[in-house]
Design a protein around this ligand. Structure first.
Ligand code: ATP
Length: 300
């Protein structure tokens, strides 16, 4: 097959507990991740250009298109692991909608989409596990972005356990519009004074039980993000959370390393109300919903 279109879905963290820095520089995390319908579209084309040559174009001019682009890295990792690199070049056009550097894993989502597109174009029908192994070598969030839905993620992100998918709840995102470096937020987190580790085990178990039983009260009251104290723009994110709650959101929390807050709302009417109020304060406001899948080939 000479071409493919792939959908790259963003994620939020309903729960993110960050442990101490490991010897290899990564942090051990435990996270409940949730895929969103908010997505980028990627168009792939095999060319008869130089073998292994990857050309990336992106609708957002701020995103690197060279070997720093995670799509480029994913294509190269795929070619290396499957031996398809000798069969010509690949061109990719990214239609970017997921805000960049916003804790929504846009780059990892694009990398996951690249892996499913390569698998389709080369007609290899690889297993989900084999693609996730390649994905883990490209970025910590890639294995989850391949699976999507609702999942418990651990290790540095490579262990992904599917959970009972949640109903398609509405979500309103509010972001400061700044691009945050995940690495810098982790460095700030490491520099925070170490007190006794907060007891998050109870919250995680209650959240998991809430997901199993579709007990929304248990879900809303056990959301957690260890990085909230280490991110930039804490005041503005606090303000977005207050605005969202005052406008009727059931819960609001920062996602990933920020600077985006997600608000969970119980229906479209409430989503419109919350988005209307947030839009007055936040440079980026997006209404979306939970998705029960991850990166996917699109035939339309
Ligand atoms: P995470 O939540 O996984 O920590 P993030 O959502 O905060 O990540 P991304 O949007 O993935 O951040 O972007 C992080 C960096 O990756 C940016 O500096 C961006 O330039 C770079 N990058 C590389 N490839 C891509 C891509 N395809 N899409 C977006 N950003 C990319």
């Amino acid at each position: 097959m000479l071409g493919a279109k792939a959908i790259a879905r963003a994620k939020i963290n309903l729960f993110l507990e960050v442990g101490p820095r490991r010897d290899d520089g990564y942090h051990e995390i435990r996270s409940v991740m949730q895929a969103l319908e908010l997505s980028d579209e990627l168009y792939f084309r095999r060319t008869d250009g130089a073998a292994g040559h990857v050309v990336v174009r992106c609708s957002d001019p701020g995103i690197p298109t060279g070997s720093d682009n995670l799509v480029c890295r994913a294509v190269e990792a795929f070619e290396e692991s499957t031996g398809t690199g000798g069969e010509g070049g690949v061109e990719v056009l990214i239609n970017k909608r997921i805000p960049v550097g916003a804790g929504l894993a846009g780059g990892s989502a694009d990398a996951a989409a690249a892996l499913v597109a390569m698998d389709r174009m080369y007609e290899l029908e690889m297993s989900a596990e084999a693609l996730a192994d390649i994905g883990a070598s490209v970025g910590s969030d890639v294995p989850f972005c391949l699976l999507g839905g609702t999942a418990l993620v651990s290790g540095r992100g490579e262990r992904v356990e599917r959970l009972e998918p949640l109903p398609p709840m509405q979500v309103v995102l509010a972001s400061t519009g700044e691009e945050v470096s995940t690495r810098e937020v982790y460095e700030r987190f490491d520099a925070l004074p170490t007190g006794p580790a907060p007891d998050t085990e109870g919250a995680l178990q209650s959240l998991l039980a809430g997901i199993r039983n579709h007990d929304f009260e248990a879900i809303y009251s056990n959301l957690h993000n260890s990085l909230e104290s280490a991110t930039i723009a804490t005041d503005r994110l606090g303000e977005y959370k207050e605005i969202a709650r005052a406008a009727g959101a059931t819960a609001a929390l920062m996602t990933g390393s920020g600077p985006t807050v997600f608000a969970l709302v119980s229906g479209m009417e409430q989503a419109a109300e919350v988005a209307w109020e947030l839009e007055k304060a936040a440079p980026i406001t997006i209404v979306t919903s939970f998705a029960d899948r991850g990166a996917q080939i699109s035939d339309v």
